[in-house]
Design a protein. Structure first.
Length: 289
């Protein structure tokens, strides 16, 4: 019988082989797996892949036809920190989809069919640092407090979407934001957007492809870059009076005129009443004497 010491290398090789085999068994079909990573790029997937190892840290689903991310299946991947879903068919409602992957640091949802972002979309991703939602042409709305819980967010890209407006507080209140992509959107440069443009020119955030951050409407400001648009909007919004402004000023003027007239009338009535009572008092004194 061979010494037990000679069995140890064989046993070790057997265990390693079993571990590698189990890793291959746990890897989803059509995907490639290595330590803590699952890569399913360009595999024509129609659905979220099954049998993803629970200890996966990095999941790449790029260039597929996935239209839905199941929140329950995602929640099993509690250690996931990197999720790449670019170039898929994700759209409509993603609220509460990422509720179980709170450790996520990197999320790429670019080149999809997103239509809106609400507070419930990313509010559970407290560790999120990079968020890419660019190249979603149907994305027309990002609610004011959508990123209120993403205080670690450093890189945000919303370029090449259908956005026409973005509330200043949505990005201004992100203390760690350093990179913000805004190019090739349909920005509506009106007086309501002036505050956002002013924040852009005064902030320390880097805006890549800044030459393509231009106004789309109104016609008079189309293709105008943001610094030039700011100067024009300052002139238009802070010096120009609109129809409702004239109506308001007329109402104020009428109220002041009416109030002054009433005050003068009351003062005159009081003076007349005082004179009448004074003259009556003097006449009564003369009769008594």
């Amino acid at each position: 019988m061979p010494p037990s010491g000679r069995l140890r290398p064989l046993s070790l090789m057997f265990l390693l082989g079993m571990g590698m085999a189990s890793g291959r068994i746990n890897c989803p079909s059509s995907c490639s797996c290595r330590y803590l990573e699952v890569n399913c790029t360009g595999q024509q997937l129609q659905e979220f892949p099954a049998a993803i190892p629970l200890d996966t840290r990095q999941l790449i689903l790029a260039a597929n036809n996935v239209s839905y991310l199941p929140a329950v299946e995602l929640s099993f991947l509690a250690d996931l920190v990197y999720l790449d879903c670019r170039k898929n068919l994700l759209g409509d409602d993603l609220d509460f989809t990422f509720i179980g992957v709170a450790k996520l640091v990197y999320l790429d949802l670019s080149f999809n069919n997103l239509t809106q972002v609400t507070f419930s979309t990313f509010s559970h991703l407290l560790s999120l640092v990079v968020l890419k939602i660019s190249d979603n042409p149907n994305l027309v709305a990002i609610e004011k407090d959508s990123f209120a819980n993403n205080t670690w967010l450093r890189h945000l890209d919303v370029s090449r979407t259908g956005l026409t407006f973005l509330d200043t507080s949505t990005v201004r209140d992100l203390p760690n934001l350093r990179f913000l992509g805004l190019s090739d959107n349909l920005w509506h440069c009106n007086c309501s957007f002036l505050d956002f443009i002013t924040w852009m020119t005064e902030s320390n955030v880097h805006f890549p492809d800044a030459d393509n951050i231009t106004c789309y409407t109104p016609e008079g400001l189309r293709t105008l870059k943001m610094p030039a648009a700011e100067a024009q909007l300052h002139f238009n919004c802070l010096t120009q009076l609109y129809k409702q402004d004239y109506i308001f000023l007329c109402l104020i003027g009428f109220c002041i005129f009416f109030g002054g007239t009433m005050a003068a009338w009351l003062a005159g009535m009081c003076a007349v009443t005082y004179e009448i009572r004074t003259s009556k008092g003097e006449e009564e004194e003369e009769e008594d004497t």
